[in-house]
Design a protein around this ligand. Structure first.
Ligand code: NAP
Ligand code: GDD
Length: 326
């Protein structure tokens, strides 16, 4: 396989770490972009730091000159933009920062590629959150979202990501760049951030067991348990990102399992698998409800199945077991 160079942003996060592993295994040089931080946040990529093909670079999406210089210097074959303010709840508290990173930051990359490295293929991390409150309905009543479903985002995060999604489309059609978006539904793993609901539940279970099931252990506080999500495994989803950039033409794809579960179902299954009952340990906290909620996500990945040959390997139950480490 010929050696390729890829810039990957967001390498301190869940997807960036898995994608870096996949690219290194596939004979890539990875230009691993992280923003400067005063504390060490490299724990998800510690095992990659000694690899000579993993080149750590400082990079902040909101700084255009740094973005341009990085693109000009490396002229990569592929660019995977996984960096974002990725927490939906936080986007209600920091809407302007969210827009600056998730929309203006993406525009900086598009401008950098257009001016300094137009042969570079771009993957942009779009999201099912862009669908917001909308879904399509099949004749048998099944509700789902796919590439044709209209997007009606319900959060500053969703709006910022949709603006970036549309920006990518303009640069693809207007400047003929190879730029595409993966509309990824929720995906989790043992490397998921602790502020997302699945990892919050799993971490509480592990900490509670480690405490010797102390009666004084604080309860698990959660918000809306009725929301439905289509949850897959991050390892499956980074494979789809790579597959999208190996195509002849750039296209956007929905990446999902096609199954949906409520937060309550995730909670029940995780607790049950360690012989605990959530009713004894969970407290509903009204402060954890969002000002606007996406109640139902269920992706239809038919286009990715047929056009990319992509299929998820890990089931909902398998995901929970992997996160629990059992
Ligand atoms: P994550 O774990 O929260 O990682 C986000 C990464 O972005 C972190 O490495 C973070 O760095 C970096 N970042 C934030 N602001 C930055 C800036 N201004 N400049 C440079 N880097 C910055 O997210 P993830 O779950 O891996 O998701 C990857 C991407 O896919 C994100 O764009 C997310 O919005 C999108 N997405 C995720 C899912 C999902 O279910 N996981 C679904 C659809 C789309 P620090 O360590 O410095 O904070
Ligand atoms: N985070 C969190 N914390 N969510 C909670 C809690 C809680 O204590 N209690 C209930 N929830 C509900 C949220 O209201 C939401 O309906 C659901 O659990 C999932 O929340 P998150 O895990 O924070 O994920 P998300 O769906 O909002 O966003 C994730 O998926 C998007 C794709 O649809 C993120 O990874 C986004 O970056 C990604 O784009």
């Amino acid at each position: 396989m010929t050696k390729k160079t890829a810039i990957v942003t967001g390498i301190t996060g869940q997807d960036g770490s898995y994608l870096s592993e996949l690219l290194l295994q596939s004979n890539y040089t990875v230009i691993a972009c992280r923003r400067r931080s005063s504390t060490n946040n490299l724990e998800r990529v510690t095992h990659l730091l000694d690899d000579p093909n993993f080149i750590l670079t400082e990079f902040d999406l909101t700084d255009p000159s740094g973005v341009y210089q990085t693109i000009q210097k490396y002229q990569p074959d592929e660019f995977y933009n996984l960096a974002a303010q990725s927490h939906v709840g936080t986007s209600f508290k920091q809407p302007s920062t969210t827009f600056e990173i998730n929309t203006v930051g993406v525009t900086n990359i598009l401008e950098g590629i257009r001016h300094y490295s137009p042969h570079t293929k771009l993957y942009q991390a779009s999201t099912s959150e862009m669908f917001g409150r909308n879904y399509s309905t099949e004749t048998d009543g099944k509700r789902y979202q796919n590439e044709k479903t209209e997007m009606l985002p319900q959060s500053p995060y969703g709006i910022a990501k949709l603006a970036a999604h549309n920006m990518v489309e303009i640069y693809r059609s207007g400047y003929n760049l190879f730029a595409c978006c993966g509309i990824l539904f929720n995906h989790e793993s043992p490397r998921r951030g602790e502020n997302f609901v699945t990892q919050k539940i799993v971490k509480w279970i592990k900490d509670y067991i480690a405490s010797g099931k102390s009666p004084d252990f604080p309860k698990l506080k959660l918000g809306n348990l009725a929301a439905h999500r289509d949850w897959g495994h991050a390892k499956d989803y980074v494979r789809a990102m790579w597959m999208m950039l190996q195509q002849e033409t750039p296209k956007d794809y929905v990446i999902a399992t096609g199954e949906t579960h409520s937060v309550q179902e995730f909670l029940d299954l995780a607790f049950k698998s360690v012989q605990l009952n959530p009713e004894d340990h969970v407290e509903i906290d009204p402060d954890l409800f969002r000002p606007a909620e996406v109640e139902y996500l269920c992706g239809d990945p038919t286009f990715a199945n047929n056009d990319l040959g992509w299929n998820p390997q890990v089931s909902f139950e398998g995901l929970i077991q992997d996160m629990l480490g059992s």
